[in-house]
Ligand binder design. Sequence first.
Ligand SMILES: NC(=O)c1ccc[n+]([C@@H]2O[C@H](COP(=O)([O-])OP(=O)(O)OC[C@H]3O[C@@H](n4cnc5c(N)ncnc54)[C@H](OP(=O)(O)O)[C@@H]3O)[C@@H](O)[C@H]2O)c1
Length: 253
Amino acid sequence: MSKLMRGKTVVITGATSGIGYYSALEIANLGAHVILVGRNSERGKSAVESITKESGNPEIEFIMGDVSTKKGVSQLADCIDQSVSKIDVLINNAGYLGNTLKYNKDGLEMHFAVNVVAPWNLAHALLPKLKSSLSPRVLNISGGDKPAAIVPTNLQAEKKFRGLMTYTHSKSILEGMSIALSKRLESENVSVNIVFPGRASTLMTQSLTTKGLPGPMKIMMPFFKLFFRRVARALTKPHNQRSSWQLIPHWRA
Ligand SMILES: NC(=O)c1ccc[n+]([C@@H]2O[C@H](COP(=O)([O-])OP(=O)(O)OC[C@H]3O[C@@H](n4cnc5c(N)ncnc54)[C@H](OP(=O)(O)O)[C@@H]3O)[C@@H](O)[C@H]2O)c1
């Protein structure tokens, strides 16, 4: 384990699997105190055990929380607030990709709620703890290198729900929101960054069905699955056998 991030506290949502899990592992390898967030205590416990074992870092914790509602975010922020004296990095990684139109308990469309509103609310709720760090950062995980144009009249799929396209649209809104957030938090010395993690075969991408693909894209379904399986195989190789295109997020201090 390196000491590069020793003394830093990193909160990462959606860290029980996929990109969040591997990011948490990389950060644990750098010696930071890492707080994993997810909705399921069993998955959380298992992620803590394997990250602790693989990194040799004993400072790995799990806090249960669901960011899909305003109340969930506020309860999560309270728990985090009670557990740490400061937060150096908040990574808003938990994301949502749905095949059908769905609303949360607050009446918000799910992609908009989880991918846009939650990162905004969590960053604000944790602001006092972020401000306790010398150089606090918020990282918002974007959806792709080819963002969709934002349609202001369709922010919550009011006009049309298009599965994967609605997801991509919500990630573009997240990028716009992140720019607004960075301006808002500039005077508080909190930097806000957008990160594209690359593509990987995860529970999220594997949950995509033809229902979630718009019209002509449906015929591309087998190619999607094939592409993501290829990436999945790459991720199972040890670090020293991965080539540079293989897309696992690496922490750069
Ligand atoms: N995979 C890709 O190719 C790709 C590409 C670009 C961007 N991304 C982005 O990367 C991020 C991670 O995606 P992934 O592909 O790694 O997905 P994933 O494997 O499905 O992981 C999602 C994680 O988020 C947690 N989670 C889901 N909903 C939550 C909620 N409401 N509250 C709290 N935690 C929640 C899940 O844990 P529990 O189920 O245990 O709660 C899980 O740990 C997302 O923001 C996604 O949009 C992914």
